[in-house]
Design a protein around this ligand. Structure first.
Ligand SMILES: [Zn+2]
Length: 283
């Protein structure tokens, strides 16, 4: 599942290779991939054809391309979605769902094996599409308010990791980056949010931001060709992970074996020494 850094890499690719181009035509091969465009695939193609892409924006894991008026093409990659920019002569991927030839001879292609992702055109959505207005800003967003985040955590009465995964509170953090950010902040995932002191919230934000920036640094360097791929080369920065997936291996800070716990049908990785379990725990 793509997380924020991977989606940001895609946004940068769209910024470089799609902004300033016109959508010449639209072919929808899989109606499910535009199911969130409630007026249907024919309308989707009609409103998008001939439009100029003026910017590439992101909130959390959603992307949108403001068009030459107040509308925007909105994309969510879901589990397996890819937005590719390829020359028209490149043979299509077998999971090609929507094909959008551009005015410069390349094509914007939406491929999605599992079809959990999708595209829609949002009316008057250039600034912030209404379809994603419920998503909170991500911690790297200029609009992110640290004070408001600290207050919201205090009111929450939940576990710290669960709060990090709540897209209404803070977007763009999935299971991997939550574990990494908590390890950097030396906080346990089950720490009740209402007991976090302000310096601890600041440490948490610094930890999460550091992880996201490091991941972006690596994803960004692999992106240098006419190919925007969220599941391919950008990948997760596996070799840089400090705790995630490292159960039983020594903590890089103190040498204590990393512990793996089941968490919301997945796993949580912690260092028992750097991130002691709170006496009162919340899941
Ligand atoms: Zn440790």
């Amino acid at each position: 599942v793509p997380e924020l850094p991977e989606v940001e890499v895609v946004r940068r690719g769209l910024d470089a290779f799609v902004v300033g181009r016109r959508v010449e035509s639209v072919e929808v091969y899989e109606p499910r991939s535009v199911r969130r465009h409630l007026a249907g695939p024919v309308d989707f193609a009609a409103v998008l054809t001939g439009r100029l892409v003026t910017a590439a924006r992101r909130r959390g894991k959603y992307l949108w391309l403001p068009l030459d008026d107040e509308d925007a093409l909105v994309g969510h990659l879901g589990m397996s979605g890819q937005l590719l920019v390829q020359p028209a002569e490149t043979p299509p991927d077998r999971h090609l769902r929507v094909r959008m030839p551009l005015s410069d001879g390349n094509e914007l292609r939406f491929c999605d094996q599992r079809t959990f992702g999708g595209l829609l055109v949002s009316a008057h959505g250039a600034l912030l599409p209404t379809e994603i207005a419920h998503i909170g800003p991500d911690p790297l967003d200029d609009g992110f308010d640290d004070d408001a985040f600290a207050r919201a955590l205090h009111r929450r009465h939940t576990g710290t990791k669960r709060a990090l995964l709540d897209q209404r509170l803070v977007s763009g953090i999935g299971n991997i980056y939550a574990d990494e950010g908590l390890w950097r902040a030396r906080l346990h995932y089950a720490r009740p949010t209402e007991t976090l002191r302000r310096p601890e919230v600041d440490r948490l934000l610094a930890g999460v931001r550091g992880v996201l920036r490091d991941a972006l640094g690596e994803g960004g360097t692999s992106f240098d060709s006419l190919y925007v791929d969220v599941n391919g080369q950008s990948g997760y920065f596996d070799r840089s992970l400090d705790v995630y997936g490292r159960g039983g291996q020594p903590c890089r800070r103190c040498g204590t074996p990393i512990r793996r716990d089941p968490f919301m049908n997945r796993s949580s990785y912690t260092c028992p020494r750097c991130q002691p379990r709170p006496r009162r725990a919340r899941w």
